[in-house]
Write a protein that binds this ligand. Structure first.
Ligand SMILES: [Mn+2]
Length: 328
């Protein structure tokens, strides 16, 4: 046989998805016991959301799910960096039918799809798409809660930007206002990591919010730098202690522009002085050591490229590969 046997339509090492759905069960049927079962589940389902509609600079995030899956075949099943095999149970559910130009409708369709996964005790990994799509995943998880919000869920948000402006040029459902929409859902805590660009309005909004923590890229990268920002400086060690102190349910959202443009140039809004990949691996490792938490959802957004072999796509694939190695 001379044909190459890899299947770039699905993430490498994902299982066949034939018995994925228990079609008789929806999220509304879950009782308290099964919600706890979901929370403890180590099964993951990848959903691509090829949506870029409100992007303000470099477009192309609609191609990201395809590029990331293709790039995932560059890795070995044995993940030598963690001395573990990637042999957990996870599925690639394919791409969502998005409605270009309509973020709300796209998020509603994603919300429905994530609820289907939850009904089968499968946790979502969302590959964007622009950052606004996180809302569809997070809203589905909020519906699991008795409170119907995020008051029992910590959101870890890695990004160069705060994305916490109430509306961007009059648009409430924009990639630049996504964390405000998440904050509207009343998170237990919002931890923003890698921040290095925000407006005065965003600065004033986060001030005095006891459930928002900020870890600036500058202080993460230069561990002993006292920084020049007026807020109390938090170092990388402080960040790891913070992660160690989290309890309960956790959702992670990674905007690829959290990384330095030297390692992740193909993003919607490249911003100098970002994180290294080793920084993120340390954060993942700290999360994996914390036995008091359950990660219930994960998204990776804002890769913007239309070129196979793009190094930013390879990095994005590596992130999902490492995440699945540690958490599936
Ligand atoms: Mn960003």
């Amino acid at each position: 046989m001379l044909f190459n046997t890899y299947e770039p339509g699905k993430f490498a090492f994902s299982q066949e998805s034939i018995d994925l759905y228990d079609s008789n069960k929806t999220v509304d049927d879950l009782n308290k016991g099964s919600v706890d079962e979901f929370r403890k589940s180590k099964k993951w389902g990848i959903i691509g959301v090829p949506f870029d509609s409100t992007c303000s600079y470099h477009h192309g995030s609609r191609y990201a799910p395809t590029l990331i899956r293709e790039a995932s075949f560059g890795f070995e099943q044995y993940n030598c960096e963690f001395d573990r095999l990637l042999d957990g149970e996870f599925y690639d559910c394919g791409d969502l039918n998005v409605v270009h130009g309509n973020c709300m409708k796209t998020c509603e369709i994603l919300d429905d799809s994530v609820k289907e996964l939850i009904g089968s005790n499968i946790k979502p990994i969302i590959i964007g798409g622009e950052h606004s799509v996180s809302l569809g995943s997070i809203s589905a998880l909020a519906s699991l809660e008795d409170s119907n919000d995020l008051s029992d869920i910590t959101v870890i948000h890695l990004d160069a930007h705060r994305d916490i402006i109430d509306e961007y040029i009059g648009e409430k459902y924009s990639h630049a206002s996504i964390m405000k929409r998440v904050y509207d859902l009343n998170p237990k805590e919002l931890i923003q990591i890698g921040i290095r660009s925000f407006s005065i309005e965003e600065k004033e909004f986060v001030e005095n919010k006891e459930n928002i923590s900020s870890f600036y890229a500058k202080n993460i990268r230069d561990h002993n730098d006292n920084g020049s920002l007026s807020e109390q400086v938090k170092t990388f060690e402080d960040l790891l202690s913070k992660i160690d102190s989290i309890e309960g349910k956790v959702y992670i959202s990674i905007d690829m522009d959290v990384f330095d443009p030297s390692i992740a140039p193909s993003v919607g809004n490249p911003t100098p002085n970002g994180l290294s990949y080793r920084d993120l691996q340390s954060i993942f490792e700290s999360l994996s050591f914390n036995e008091k938490i359950d990660i219930i959802g994960f998204d990776l957004v804002e890769l913007a490229s239309d070129r196979l072999g793009d190094v930013t796509a390879v990095l994005a694939a590596k992130i999902i590969y490492d995440f699945l190695t540690l958490f599936s």
